[in-house]
Design a protein around this ligand. Structure first.
Ligand code: DAH
Length: 357
């Protein structure tokens, strides 16, 4: 018994993991452990022998048990000490210098445009980017055979085999929001619809995804003169100049009649754009009086209501205003570019507080 005791106390003292300890417990006190086997021998002893061997074995068992428990606690303490030593953190250190995020020029310009039109009583409407061909084309007076469908380099979605319905499209312009908003709210209405649009095109001034803002004003007495005034106010406010000269050039869009493309007077002295002076003209948007067929498609009676619509490329006017030469860089997520062309996140554009400063 003394040998057993010496052996296990020694082994327990040397154990350095919990699983070592468990192995020792099994070897000594498990069902077939050395001490357990000795306990079984008690039955074969004479009553006298048993009287001394019994209590001695029980004492040995208790002693080994206590040694195991004490060592286990010791190992846990040591593990905690080790963690406390290695996993410390100095909370008094200064925080890491975080580079402030900035506002992307597209977001900035969308906010600027929204602020300007909000001031003229327009609210913001939105529509889905995956659109039915009815909203994207037919309702806007662009029937199936119309060349505008091909010109727009449309992305079509895939229909399952045997599904003969026309495919959905990634909207090629924000004009379908005109139809959705008129259907939902009827006339009179005054909205702008900013958002993403898609066309299969890629070069310095075209990317497969870009941004437009659509404008729509419908009432009983809205004329081309209102369109002209609204656009002049917009261009002056947006380019932050006191005076601009707009040129309305006769054009054609299926959804407006008459239609006009709008140019602004500008100069390109030294490669930088100056709006409001010079001998050049810069095309900035398409517009016109909403076609009666479009109003009809949207459930509005064209014998009572009329109005204007326009569509502006947000990326395009952002490039012009902020002198950004390549559209593709807008979508490259190049941090150096974003730091250069980005805007401070807390400077919300407002007409009274300044749009871009
Ligand atoms: N939807 C046209 C386009 O993406 C832009 C446009 C032109 C919108 C004239 C209009 C408009 O509302 O009247 O090319």
């Amino acid at each position: 018994m003394d040998d057993l005791k010496a052996k296990y106390l020694d082994l327990i003292g040397k154990a350095d993991t919990e699983s070592n300890l468990e192995d020792l417990r099994v070897a000594a006190l498990g069902k077939k452990g050395e001490i357990s086997l000795q306990m079984r021998e008690l039955g074969k002893m004479t009553p006298e022998e048993r009287q001394t061997a019994g209590p001695a074995l029980n004492a040995l068992k208790d002693e080994i048990n206590s040694a195991l428990v004490a060592k286990k606690a010791g190992l846990a303490d040591a593990a905690l000490d080790e963690r406390l030593r290695s996993e410390w953190l100095d909370v008094t250190l200064p925080s890491r210098d975080r580079k402030a995020g900035s506002i992307h020029p597209i977001t900035q310009v969308t906010e600027e445009v929204t602020a300007i039109f909000a001031d003229m009583g327009f609210s913001v409407a939105e529509g889905p980017q995956i659109e039915s061909d009815w909203y994207n084309f037919d309702a806007l007076n662009i029937p199936g055979h119309h060349p505008a469908r091909a010109e727009m380099d449309t992305f079509y979605t895939h229909r399952a085999e045997g599904d003969n319905r026309p495919p959905h499209v990634l909207r090629t312009h924000t004009s379908p929001v005109q139809i959705r908003s008129l259907e939902a709210n009827g006339a009179p209405i005054r909205i702008i619809c900013p958002g993403r649009v898609y066309r299969a095109d890629y070069d310095q001034t075209h990317t497969p995804m870009f941004h437009q803002v659509e404008g729509l004003a419908i009432d009983k007495d809205i004329s081309m003169a209102n369109l002209k005034w609204v656009l002049e106010e917009f261009v002056k406010a947006f380019f932050e100049v006191d005076d601009v000269e707009l040129r309305f050039r006769a054009s054609h869009f299926p959804f407006t009649e008459p239609s006009a493309e709008v140019d602004i007077r500008c100069s390109w002295e030294g490669g930088t754009l100056k709006v409001g002076e010079g001998d050049d003209w810069l095309e900035i948007l398409g517009s016109g009086m909403v076609h009666p067929k479009v109003l009809e498609a949207a459930g509005v009676d064209p014998s009572i209501y009329q109005g204007f619509a326009f569509g502006v490329g947000i990326d395009r006017i952002a490039m012009l205003k902020y002198g950004i030469p390549d559209l593709r860089a807008f979508f490259d997520s190049d941090l150096r570019w974003l730091r250069h062309y980005g805007f401070r996140s807390l400077d919300v554009p407002t007409l009274h507080g300044g749009l871009s400063k």
